[in-house]
Design a protein around this ligand. Structure first.
Ligand code: NAP
Length: 482
């Protein structure tokens, strides 16, 4: 057995998971680098009103830390953040985390990675696990005059809680999952809510029952009950994933029917209904799951604006029809730069291979995890993985289980370096691109799933196939050095 030193970058959901699993595997010589001062990742950074997760909480939990106390089927964001903090404490991994220091570079040399942080700390490690998240760097829209707004303006992931919404004229740009949650949560507090919609969205209806104290007590007494909920939700998600990867599947038709019925039955004004009706197929963009968006947008103080935005001015937003929409607060719910992954960390692999250059066209990794010439460097929720209406917790757990098998070989001393071969990565990538063509994401819409070529940059096969792939590495797909 070889003693390994490891580094994990990021202490969000995937970083906490890594720390716990490394410790359980007896790999105790590791540091988790976290640039913020707390764990939590996306759940720490997003604090907007209405923040929630549209994956049921019993599935959006670690398999080894089921939580009997979830308040709702879809629990609110702050409860999710508290859950991750609590699990980190319960598993005693906080002492492994170096807070408030950002990894700025990882350089491979002589069989080791040299990590450097913004504070100038260096660390030589054998293995790097990048748990840096996907939806992390806010994307600011290219709209003229953003700086000239006299009111409060911020991105949804940088919510300014000093700004009062009560009685304010609130504008929200965007109609993604984030905007829909904000609209529903704020409409009753504000004077007017103006939603700037560039693209209408299909909305999957949902209910969000609270768990009663009796149910929570029963969960506490019998873990099997939580397993059952988890299992049945996972089954539903598997059906969903089977559907979306085959655009003409019966599951997809069912999803479309649900969304269409929801629009027809929930929106009473025929004019508003047409303005909310998308001109592309349901789930082509990431599906919105909402209990209350349609109710919110039909409130008397809600205004749906579908004319394009011309510019932001001091007093509000001017649209292409010449109208000025006066506002006090403007929220940019305009999404994230989704192709950054571990970047802006400068990652330099074997023979000076620079990840920025390797990914100059677009990010790519074998099974989202390993990049040729970047030995012993593994990613969680890396490029082209399963995203969108799945539990990324489950995805990360499966990926980490796989990564630990690679790490085990390093630990055994049988090999010193391991990374995917170019051949394995490019063959998988060709198959992935081919499969992506028949998914719902390729049926004609603009979405953050699409890469610069318009090809979905996601796992295009059923989720069950992902589970199978993650069960055990195909060693022939790896280049190893002993
Ligand atoms: P998003 O899905 O990328 O949506 C961004 C929105 O901003 C889109 O409606 C987009 O319009 C609009 N937009 C961007 N630039 C614009 C411009 N210049 N002018 C007008 N509109 C503009 O971002 P998001 O809502 O933050 O969600 C990102 C992802 O986070 C989700 O897809 C999901 O994976 C995750 N999320 C999950 C949950 C959950 O409950 N699990 C909740 C929130 C977020 P177009 O559609 O026309 O491009």
């Amino acid at each position: 057995m070889r003693e390994l030193r490891l580094a994990v970058i990021g202490a969000g959901m995937a970083g906490i998971l890594s720390a716990i699993k490394l410790k359980q595997a007896g790999l105790v010589d590791f540091t988790v680098y976290e640039k913020a001062d707390r764990v939590g990742g996306t759940w720490r950074e997003n604090t907007y009103p209405g923040l929630s997760c549209d994956v049921p909480s019993h599935l959006y939990s670690y398999s080894f830390a089921l939580n009997p106390d979830w308040s709702h089927l879809y629990s609110p964001g702050e409860e999710i953040e508290a859950y991750f903090e609590r699990v980190a404490v319960d598993h005693d991994v906080l002492s492994h985390i170096r807070f408030g220091d950002e990894v700025v570079s990882c350089t491979f040399s002589d069989g080791h990675w040299l990590l450097t942080t913004a504070a100038g700390v260096t660390d030589h490690v054998d293995v790097v696990i990048a748990a840096t998240g996907v939806l992390h760097h806010p994307k600011y829209p290219d709209i003229a005059g953003l700086d000239s707004f006299d009111g409060a303006l911020f991105h949804s992931a940088r919510w300014d809680h000093d700004v009062t919404l009560d009685g304010a004229r609130l504008g929200v740009i965007g109609t993604g999952s984030t905007a829909m949650q904000i609209v529903a949560a704020t409409v009753d507090r504000v004077d007017t809510l103006t939603l700037f919609q560039r693209t209408a969205q299909w909305v999957m209806p949902a209910v969000n029952p609270a768990y009663s104290p009796e149910e929570q007590k029963a969960f506490r007494a019998d873990r099997g009950l939580m397993e059952n909920v988890r299992h049945s939700v996972a089954e539903l998600f598997d059906h969903f994933s089977d559907g979306i990867v085959r655009a003409d599947s019966p599951e997809m038709k069912m999803i479309e029917t649900f969304c269409l019925d929801n629009l027809e039955k929930s929106v009473t004004d025929p004019v508003l209904r047409e303005r909310l009706r998308p001109d592309y197929r349901a789930a082509c963009k990431r599906l919105i799951v909402s209990t209350n968006f349609y109710d919110a947008i039909q409130k008397p103080n809600a205004v749906l604006v579908t004319d394009g935005i011309e510019a932001v001015e001091g007093a509000g937003v001017r649209t292409a029809d010449g109208w000025l929409h006066p506002l006090d607060v403007l929220v940019l719910a305009t999404g994230f730069q989704v192709d950054a992954f571990v970047r802006p960390v400068k990652v330099v692999g074997r023979h000076g291979a620079d990840l920025d250059r390797v990914w100059a066209d677009r990010p790519q990794a074998y099974l989202s995890i390993s990049v040729p010439d970047f030995p012993n460097f593994f990613m969680l929720n890396g490029p082209n993985g399963p995203v969108g209406n799945f539990s990324l917790v489950e995805v990360a757990e499966l990926q980490l289980g796989y990564i630990l098998q690679l790490v085990d070989r390093l630990r055994s001393g049988a090999i010193r370096e391991i990374s995917a071969t170019e051949k394995a990565m490019s063959e998988l990538e060709s198959a992935r691109v081919e499969a992506a063509a028949t998914t719902i994401w390729s049926t004609g819409c603009r979405s953050w799933y699409l890469d610069d070529r318009g090809i979905p940059a996601v796992w295009p096969w059923p989720f069950s196939q992902f589970r199978t792939e993650m069960a055990a590495p195909k060693w022939e797909d790896y280049e190893v050095l002993s």
